[in-house]
Design a protein. Structure first.
Length: 113
């Protein structure tokens, strides 16, 4: 199952596993019964990947996650969705010297792209 922003099942074709693997793109996934029997490999552990893994584990499926070193933020904090806090930071952060949305304001040039 591909969960990236691109959401395309190109990995299986690239590795020559087309006949051995069924590939489900994230935008067409609705529930575990859509997937063929057997273990599931989820590529990407963003919000969707994590939620789908939890759902599949709850129905007894064997789940493997392909992960990166990119940190994951909690979806909810202090009773609000993460996007709420991002909007609060964008709106009120500059009043307090905080702006997490402008790369040029990072303290160290080493962390700037």
């Amino acid at each position: 199952m591909c969960t990236s922003a691109a959401g395309r099942c190109e990995v299986a074709a690239y590795l020559g596993f087309v006949s051995a693997l069924a590939c489900q793109e994230i935008d067409s996934y609705r529930n575990p019964s859509q997937l063929p029997d057997g273990a599931v490999l989820i590529v990407g552990t963003g919000q969707s990947g994590g939620q789908i893994a939890k759902e599949l584990l709850a129905v007894g499926r064997e789940v493997h996650l392909a992960v990166s070193t990119c940190p994951e933020a909690p979806r909810r904090y202090r009773g609000q969705d993460l996007l709420y806090w991002m909007m609060q930071l964008a709106q009120f952060g500059p009043d307090y010297g905080l702006n997490g949305l402008i790369v040029g304001q990072l303290s160290s040039p080493a962390v700037r792209p």
